[in-house]
Ligand binder design. Sequence first.
Ligand code: AMP
Ligand code: MG
Length: 346
Amino acid sequence: MKTEILKIRSIVSDIDKIRRAGELLRGGEVIAIPTETVYGLAANALDEEAVARIFEIKGRPQDNPLIVHISEEYDLEKLCEDIPESAYKLAHAFWPGPLTMVLKKKDVVPGIVTAGLDTVGVRCPRGRFARAIIRSAGVPLAAPSANISGRPSPTDAKHVIEDLDGRVKAIVDGGRCSVGVESTVIDMTRETPVVLRPGGITLTQLKRVLGKVDTSFEAVGEVRSPGMKYRHYAPKAPVKVLIGGLSDAAEFIKKQSVNRKVAVICFEEEAESFKETGAPVIPYGRESEPAELARGLFDALRRADESGAEEIYAREPGIGEGIELAVINRLEKAAGYNRIILDMNQ
Ligand code: AMP
Ligand code: MG
């Protein structure tokens, strides 16, 4: 299949391309679209055959449900029922934006979208191109990230092209994603809302609106969200999170580099010290600006592979209740929870 690349710089000047994307989606095609979080692999959520092709193209396990994207906040009521007051409060505070709410689904949402669950995850994205495309399609869009299952999520059209060129009808190129990590997923069907995945909306923000939230999203022994049990975000070379002081870490990298090719994904503040080791160094943002880390992480994971590294070591930020939580979550998963702790006193 020849993949059409639809490059959009502004809605006004490229309205024909937005219309083309909408027309393809209405016609049952699967296309990649930009959102503020990551690029999505989108199809009409109400068309079972189109949704089935999303799973096929990505190689996504059938039991991992998809998020449904809407352009207008009030469309939530077309897809969901028994919506609690707290969900309206969240929509008011954070939509359009990187927040997905899991709610009881209406019959109109096909079972294939929700992997047979009686709930559906819904999000109204903030990305202007995403919303214009949904509006133009005139239907809600089911869209997981536009990467081959298990690979780092795409935050630039070139990442989508790497994974899906020739496998999708079109890729809408809207430039780099402004958030860079996926949406926060929150289950609103419980008495106390449960965060299922940390993401673009932070715990601090959620707590300000809801008061209490259950944040045990990595609760051991319980899979509350099907997506949690799969290996995710992984480049080809194995990743290890490197924990310890900068000089110890640089010393460690130097030793590792003797026998094989290793790459380091680190903070801007650390780049000079790691460069002295001779290993390829890929800074992904400043440690002092976690939003930069979120924007740069997935691109850094892909670039580490491009450097030809046999092993990737990554530095992760300190834990808090901000967007760094999403960065830590994605990195730990990319590493399969492998970590090297250099100095127990750190
Ligand atoms: P992705 O589309 O790859 O960003 O992943 C969507 C995430 O949302 C996955 O972790 C899913 O398991 C989760 N998700 C989507 N719908 C539901 C739902 N109805 N219940 C629980 N988790 C959901
Ligand atoms: Mg994904």
